[in-house]
Design a protein around this ligand. Structure first.
Ligand SMILES: [Zn+2]
Ligand SMILES: [Zn+2]
Ligand SMILES: [Zn+2]
Length: 380
């Protein structure tokens, strides 16, 4: 059990790639340093996407088993805890969070009390495990996302705005330690490109404002509404740290049309996916984008992603391939009754790709048709 996690050093501040895999750590360091030095936002995004395909599929017995003990003090959070455990297990087939009545075997303990806010102490693989405190007086509107947020802390993830490169994306206008920590947290390298949709962000307000002209990523998030669930890139990061493992529900296979790995699970209807008009919300099994678990896997025989990188393409957070080239004819398209304009670039994160990139995953893909007819297109 837990081979992969336990054989590497324990970090109490955050999971970095160093905890997991030395080769990945080296690539991540190189990529994030390259990204940090660049002023080109498309290139910066590409630096991270190029290293996300980094894990070998594990077997069932390699799955990281994490017992969760829910204290008797918990009263108002039960539904949120059950849902969060389920969501994390589905998003990352390399983790099995399970509720246990035996607190001596639990690696995460959850308690609830009045006041004191919500916080997490320690991480699951530390000698004392993690303790998550949930506040009864917390607004009901926030209890769901806060439960996810705290459990991801317990798994070792830190706040998105504490990344080493955060100053390219946000302005922190406070000295509050929750935002400005001079310790190790400040040196975290992001596992993915900076992600404003991460559930590990704090709300945008006077303490933390987006850098409007800082990076094109903010164009993807038109509202300042807080994030209610794990983003696509949160899920990618989970799978980079906890490599996907085979299980009853997870047994990815190569789709013959695209040479990509697909698991066939119905996990693609969540946030931030774009789909052509006739997809069914599943990961493959034959074409189009694969899920954030399948996306990190190195396929030993065909190495589709490597071939794409050789052609200058990468898999963005929509799961589609992009090349960053400019379109000669950017078009308008309709989303939920609103007319949006394509920004004229293929990627780097999201939106309809150019024909050449789109056809890597869907042979009949036609950019002109998609941008004029697809109601599900995500903003660019
Ligand atoms: Zn937090
Ligand atoms: Zn999948
Ligand atoms: Zn392209």
């Amino acid at each position: 059990m837990n081979k992969e996690i336990d054989k590497h050093a324990i970090s109490f501040s955050a999971i970095s790639a160093y905890d997991v895999d030395q080769e990945l750590a080296t690539r991540l360091e190189t990529s994030s340093e390259k990204a940090l030095r660049s002023s080109d936002p498309v290139y910066r995004a590409k630096c991270f996407y190029e290293i996300q395909t980094c894990r070998e599929l594990g077997n069932t017995e390699d799955q990281c088993q994490i017992g969760v003990y829910v204290n008797k003090t918990v009263s108002t959070y039960h539904g949120h805890i059950t849902k969060t455990i389920k969501d994390i297990n589905i998003a990352a087939p390399g983790i099995n969070l399970y509720e246990t009545a035996d607190d001596s075997h639990a690696k995460i303990t959850i308690g609830e009390g009045k006041g004191k806010g919500c916080y997490t102490r320690g991480i699951f693989k530390g000698p004392d495990g993690a303790y998550v405190h949930l506040d009864t007086d917390w607004s009901d509107d926030w209890k769901g996302q806060t439960t996810i947020h705290e459990l991801l802390h317990a798994l070792g993830f830190q706040h998105e705005f504490k990344r080493k490169d955060a100053e390219k994306y946000v302005n922190i206008n406070t000295n509050d330690y929750q935002y400005k920590d001079k310790g190790d947290h400040q040196r975290i390298r992001g596992l993915t490109r900076f992600d404003p949709f991460s559930v590990m962000m704090y709300p945008e307000n006077e303490d933390m404002e987006r850098l409007e002209n800082g990076d094109i990523v903010w164009r993807l998030k038109s509202e300042t509404t807080p994030n209610k669930q794990m983003s696509e890139l949160d899920k990618v990061a989970l799978n980079m740290v906890f490599r996907p493992c085979r299980g009853n529900d997870y047994n990815p296979k190569i789709g013959p049309t695209t040479d990509m790995l697909y698991c066939g699970r119905s996990v693609m209807t969540g946030n931030q996916q774009i789909t052509p008009t006739d997809t069914d919300g599943r990961c493959g099994p034959d074409n189009w984008a694969n899920c954030p678990a399948c996306r990190v896997l190195i396929d030993g025989t065909k190495m589709k992603c490597q071939r794409m990188y050789d052609k200058g393409k990468w898999q963005g957070w929509s799961g589609l391939f992009y090349c960053g080239k400019k379109f000669s004819t950017p078009k308008k398209y309709v989303k939920n009754g609103t007319i949006l304009e394509h920004d004229g670039v293929c990627g780097p994160d999201n939106g309809p790709p150019c024909n050449e990139c789109g056809r890597e995953m869907y042979p009949e893909y036609d950019y002109s048709k998609e941008v004029e007819s697809d109601d599900d297109c995500v903003i660019l």
